[in-house]
Each structure stands twice: as structure tokens, then as C-alpha cells.
Design a protein around this ligand. Structure first.
Ligand SMILES: Cc1ncc(COP(=O)(O)O)c(C=O)c1O
Length: 496
């Protein structure tokens, strides 16, 4: 039934539901609540339904728009309809189409609808999940979800975890645990090791945790972009010799540049020998551990002292869900435990989970519901199948792309990411770099797929990363067609 709130009708939608200004109360009637939610859902569903038709790279040339958007806080409210209108027609299209099936750029996410529903429930019920006593059953759901991640990653039952805003914050939490366990107050002498291919969040997290850049070693990687364990061993020895205190190694299960997986088992051996904390950054790659055929590539992952996971990547959830697992749950708790006389504790801290005792936040959103609802709704098998499909699609893409004229593969897909550049006889490095950049631009400009590059070891690389749950064979076919067409355009213009 059409519903209008307030005086005359402005900007009504097809179902003639609108909300008029001024809004005099912060509370709404049940009918008004329903009407507003219907309006939002209609726009969101339309947005999802057309995701495949939206250009793979939205129009982000928006400096003038951003300047024009600045405004003081309005004294009076605006109707919901026009606000949504502006959001969906003017602002959202001015962004990368990260939910689109053709998004093969950076490390794709996805945005499962189940998570949006979970957020809606979490935000409307607005329960307090920072401490067990305030919402025991809801906190248990979150503990269950963390426990499922623990089982998938084959961590022992004594492990504990935390949902974070993303992979960066998970790595930060891990470094804090390692620092507390190995250095205590003697922070300044502590040295952390990672590779020259590690995500920049590792150095940033170290700095936030009090480990300054001159105590972070970026160990060289080999020709496959994997950390060189011999170089790691000698760096540790040199630092010990110099009177410093090596305390942690951060290796990567799937680097952002080329998808390389460090030799996790060998790094775990070194850490065991040297008495160091081994953290694995699995923000991109950890969920590939669900694929039986990739357990070998990721061997050693489950031996880590701690692991970063990004459900907003490998579980296809919307941005804002990272996770940390720590093998010795007591270490995670010890690093964050804090008591307040006004807050009740859980009856048994071993049995019942208190998020605030395992992470920095007290008041917090309810990230566990996103994961819990999604896994309950689809089942683990659906996630396993989806991640395995991404792997197969990446293999198919790699086999076809490497056969294209002028393509040289720099990194084969260890998981679902591969890297390559454009070359031809007699080309200089600068010419190859320029042509590879042009290949990225031209392919993306066709609007069906978006790919991005990186510069590593002095070379510009193009990369394809398949990780969106919406990416299927059609997009891989489009990728190969559009790369082929773009190469055809670049080659004559280059030799002209
Ligand atoms: C390997 C790796 N580690 C860490 C991160 C940081 O994760 P987040 O953006 O969730 O903080 C990323 C992001 O792409 C990544 O690819």
C-alpha cells in the first residue's frame, strides 16, 4: 500500500513509498520502519541484480565531485528517497565495481548478501557483544564462528581468535602477542623478519606495536617471490651477534603482488629452532587451505603461532571482516586482558568467550554474525566449492593468457593469482613496462573485467586475481578476449 509520511509527496519511487521532511522524531512507527527498509532493499537488490552490467571499473575521476560535496551538517533532515537516489546514482557509481563479476583487480572481495542481512539484524538489535554477560548466546555464535575458522585451518582446540576490521588489524594483534610473549618491556631490542614481498600492513602493524622500522627486516625473496630461508637464517644470526633480540617472523600465504606462498613449513622449522614466533599472513590465501589439492602448497600453515585470515576476501564477505587465530589462546588473552570493576566477567574464561578480553575493543559491532549466518545459510561445502572454483578459473585463465602473443608469465598461480608482462624481441625494460601498463588500461577500459598491476623487483607486472564469488567462466573468457584485443592494439602502435 502506498505510504507517504508528512505533507506533500516528493520524489516517490515506483511503489510510491517516500519519507517527507522534516523528520521531527528519531523514532518511527512500525509501518514507517518497514517502508524505509523496503526502499533501501529495493535499491540494493537492483544494484546487485545489475552488478554484471556495471562497468568493471567505475568512474573514480571524482576530484571535482568530492570538492562539490563538502557541506555543513544540515539543520533539518532530508527525505530518505532523494538521499538514496543520490547515493545510488551519483556516488556509488563513482567507485570501483568491487562487487562485480569482472573484478579481477587487487585482491577481490565480494559482499555476500547474507552478511548484509546479518549486519541489518546486528545493527537493529544493537546488542552488546563485547562481553559475554551482556549477550551470552550471541557471543556463543561468534565463538562458534571463530571455532569453525580454527577447525578449517587445523589449529588445535586451545587456539583462540578474534574478528577484526580486516587483515591489517589481525596482523597487528599477532605482533602484539609475539612482542608480549618474547620481549615483554624490552621492546627496543626486538627484531621482526618478513620478506620484501610482504604486504605493507606488516611493517605498519609492527610500527603500531612499537617495533620501529629499523627493527623490521625485509628479507629478500627468491625468483618465485618466496622468502629466502637462508637469507632469513643469516639475518637472524647477524642480529643476535649484534646483541639484538629476534622475536618474530611474518611469512605470507599468498602475497598481494604475485600470489607467492612462502615456504611456510621451512619457516616454521626455523622459528622452532630459533625460538621465534611465526605469524602467517593468510589475508589473501588462507581460505585456499580448504582445498585438499592446495594443502601441499600451504603446508606448514597450521603450524603457525598465529594466522591472519580475511573473511572479506576468501569467504566473500563485505569489507570489515578480518580474523586472527592464535595457537596458544592464552597468549592472545594475556596480550589484551583487562578488568573493570563495573563489568562482569564470564563465568568460566576457558569455556566462555569474552571478545573484549581477546582484542582491543570493548564496545564493538557484531562481526561474528556475518560469518555465522553465512556459514549456517550456505554450509561449509558451498565455501569449499566456491574457493575451489576460483582456483580452477585462475588455472584456466593462466593457461590461456600464457599462450597469447607477447605474454611472458612472471608468476604462475600458486593459488588464484598470476602475474605477467608484455614483451617482444629487442624490447627494453622501460618499453615493456610502458606496454604492460597500457595493457592493463586498455583491457580494463573495455569495461568487462578490471585488472591491476604492481611493480616488484624493478619490473611492472600485470596481475589477475580470481576471488570474487560472482566470477565464473564467462568473465575468464572475457578476460582472454579483451587481453587479446588490447595486445593487438598495443603491438602495432608500439612498432609504429
Ligand atoms: C597479503 C595481504 N595481507 C594483508 C592485507 C591487508 O588486509 P586488509 O586490507 O583487510 O587490512 C592484504 C590486503 O589486500 C593482503 O593482500
Amino acid at each position: 500500500m502506498p505510504l507517504c509520511l508528512g505533507g506533500s509527496v516528493v520524489n516517490c519511487y515506483p511503489n510510491a513509498i517516500c519519507l517527507m521532511t522534516p523528520v521531527s522524531s528519531l523514532e518511527f512507527t512500525a509501518d514507517e520502519l518497514r517502508a524505509m527498509a523496503d526502499l533501501v532493499v529495493a535499491r540494493c537488490v537492483e544494484h546487485i541484480a545489475t552488478a554484471g552490467e556495471q562497468p568493471s571499473c567505475g568512474n573514480v575521476d571524482a576530484v571535482a565531485l568530492c570538492r562539490a560535496m563538502r557541506e555543513p551538517a544540515p539543520e533539518h533532515g532530508t527525505a530518505l528517497g532523494p538521499l538514496l537516489d543520490r547515493l545510488f546514482t551519483e556516488y556509488i557509481p563513482r567507485s570501483l565495481t568491487t562487487i562485480g563479476p569482472g573484478y579481477l583487480a587487487y585482491i577481490p572481495g565480494g559482499g555476500l548478501y547474507s552478511a548484509a542481512l546479518a549486519d541489518f539484524i546486528a545493527d537493529t538489535t544493537n546488542r552488546f557483544t563485547g562481553i559475554w554477560q551482556a549477550a551470552p548466546a550471541l557471543v556463543q555464535l561468534e565463538a562458534n564462528a571463530l571455532d569453525w575458522l580454527r577447525e578449517w585451518m587445523m589449529f588445535p582446540s586451545g587456539a583462540r581468535g578474534l574478528f577484526t576490521a580486516g587483515g591489517s588489524m589481525a596482523t597487528f594483534g599477532a605482533i602484539v602477542c609475539a612482542r608480549e610473549r618474547h620481549l615483554g618491556p624490552d621492546i627496543r631490542r626486538g627484531v621482526l623478519y618478513t620478506s620484501d614481498q610482504a604486504h605493507h600492513s606488516v611493517a605498519k602493524s609492527a610500527r603500531l606495536a612499537g617495533i620501529m622500522p629499523d627493527r623490521v627486516r625485509a628479507i629478500r625473496s627468491d625468483e618465485r617471490y618466496r622468502v629466502d630461508v637462508d637469507a632469513l637464517a643469516s639475518a637472524i644470526a647477524d642480529d643476535r651477534q649484534a646483541g639484538l633480540m629476534p622475536f618474530a617472523v611474518v611469512s605470507t600465504a599468498g602475497t598481494t603482488n604475485t600470489g607467492a606462498v612462502d615456504p611456510l613449513d621451512e619457516v616454521a622449522d626455523s622459528c622452532e629452532r630459533e625460538g621465534l614466533w611465526h605469524h602467517v599472513d593468510g589475508a589473501y590465501g588462507a581460505f585456499f587451505y580448504l582445498c585438499d589439492d592446495l594443502r601441499g602448497v600451504l603446508r606448514g600453515l597450521s603450524r603457525a603461532d598465529s594466522l591472519t585470515l580475511d573473511p572479506h576476501k576468501g569467504m566473500f564477505l563485505p569489507y570489515g571482516t578480518g580474523a586472527l587465530l592464535v595457537r596458544d589462546g592464552a597468549a592472545l588473552r594475556a596480550a589484551h586482558e583487562a578488568a573493570a570493576a563495573y563489568l562482569p566477567a564470564a563465568p568460566d574464561s576457558d569455556e566462555f568467550y569474552d571478545a573484549a578480553q581477546y582484542g582491543p575493543d570493548l564496545s564493538r559491532s557484531f562481526p561474528g554474525l556475518r560469518v555465522w549466518l553465512s556459514v549456517k545459510l550456505f554450509g561449509s561445502a558451498a565455501f569449499r566449492a566456491a574457493i575451489a572454483e576460483k582456483r580452477q578459473l585462475a588455472l584456466d585463465a593462466w593457461r590461456r593468457v600464457r599462450a597469447l602473443p607477447g605474454i611472458a608469465i612472471d608468476a604462475e598461480p600458486e593459488l588464484s593469482l598470476f602475474a605477467f608482462h608484455l614483451t617482444w624481441p629487442g624490447a627494453t625494460r622501460a618499453e615493456e613496462d610502458a606496454a604492460t601498463k597500457m595493457l592493463l588500461e586498455k583491457t580494463t577500459a573495455r569495461g568487462r573485467v578490471m585488472i591491476t598491476g604492481c611493480t616488484t623487483k624493478g619490473r611492472v607486472l600485470a596481475r589477475v586475481c580470481v576471488l570474487s564469488f560472482r566470477t565464473h567462466q564467462r568473465q575468464i573468457d572475457a578476460l582472454v578476449e579483451d587481453l587479446t584485443a588490447s595486445i593487438g592494439e598495443i603491438v602495432p602502435s608500439r612498432s609504429a
